[in-house]
Design a protein. Structure first.
Length: 324
């Protein structure tokens, strides 16, 4: 019997809970707690990243976050008796980690130097639409359903609406805003591809070890990129303030440990469609916190775009639920 770490929520150990969920119903309170983690924590990470950027450059912030979180997760699962994956498995896992965390999540940290955290969250809200387009194995279902197609058109109309808003991105205005828009769209596509790669490629590792090595590889690569791009040359530990340290600790503990493992556990006990509702709530939380904590200005145009994007995502989700 592997050693059990006490006083840690069960959703931090998804593999055991996956087995248990086949014979027992999970606690309603635990399910609510896990959904709360997804809705509030993942939505709040946009503001935490913004605060972290006050002291840390973006690639370094992402690298420290994932390397520390991955190390903690690795030793937690080793204490549970999990085996370290083989070298070949680690290499395969690292591909998904690079796409999802280095490019996907890393792009969020990078663009928040130039655009509001709330706007970044609105753009990322289009991620479920990319899943419909890029999940080739589901094309026969997705593109034969007129409601899914309507949802796609609606969602991307909202993204184009953001681009048309001069206060969001504009070729005639701040060039870095325009570049950030395209970088983040590319990041959401990379997150989608990495997620699908991880889903369909069996690495032979447990879900916990897979998450640990995705973060370990992403953290290592991000820190190397931070050094190569010269971030470390301009960084000074003397300039780090306590708010950024707290934000980094929050991203490690809540964003990369509790939030991610809650997501994995919920997928084992609830439908993917239901768990995916976090995509509807995160941008709302991010926009509100950006306004409350960072005094970010959100235009009526951006609010309308958010509503249209979420409307498209909801249409896709409801259509897929009815199809099942």
């Amino acid at each position: 019997m592997p050693f059990r770490v006490k006083n840690i929520p069960d959703f931090l150990f998804p593999d055991e809970q996956l087995y248990m969920s086949q014979t027992t119903s999970p606690s309603k309170g635990l399910v609510i707690a896990a959904f709360t983690a997804l809705y509030l924590v993942w939505g709040s990470t946009y503001t935490a990243i913004l605060i972290g950027l006050e002291s840390f450059p973006p690639l370094m912030l992402a690298g420290l976050r994932f390397l520390v979180a991955g190390t903690i997760l690795y030793f937690l699962f080793r204490l549970r008796g999990e085996k370290t994956p083989s070298i070949s498995s680690i290499g395969q896992i690292s591909v998904g980690g690079f796409l999802m965390l280095v490019i996907g999540t890393g792009s969020v940290a990078w663009v928040e130097q130039y655009i509001a955290s709330g706007l970044a969250a609105i753009i990322v809200a289009s991620t479920p639409l990319w899943f419909v387009i890029l999940d080739r194995r589901e094309w026969h279902v997705n593109f034969s359903n007129r409601w899914v197609l309507l949802g796609l058109v609606t969602g991307f109309a909202g993204v184009l609406m953001l681009f048309a808003d001069g206060d969001s991105v504009s070729f005639a205005g701040d060039r870095m805003k325009t570049i950030s828009f395209f970088v983040l769209v590319a990041g959401t596509i990379a997150w989608t591809i990495g997620s699908l790669y991880s889903k369909y490629r069996d690495s032979g590792a447990s879900a916990g070890m897979k998450a640990a090595f995705q973060m370990l590889s992403a953290g290592t690569i991000s820190l190397l990129l931070s050094w190569v791009t010269g971030e470390t040359d301009t960084f000074s530990t003397d300039a780090v303030n306590w708010k950024s340290l707290v934000a980094l600790g929050y991203l490690i503990t809540f964003g990369s440990l509790i939030g991610f493992m809650a997501y994995v556990w919920l997928l084992s006990v609830r439908s993917a469609t239901l768990v995916g509702t976090y995509a509807y709530v995160n941008p709302v939380v991010a926009v509100f916190l950006g306004w409350l904590v960072a005094s970010e200005r959100i235009t009526n145009f951006q609010i309308a775009a958010l509503a249209i994007i979420l409307g498209g995502v909801i249409l896709v989700a409801m259509a897929k639920r009815v199809a099942k």
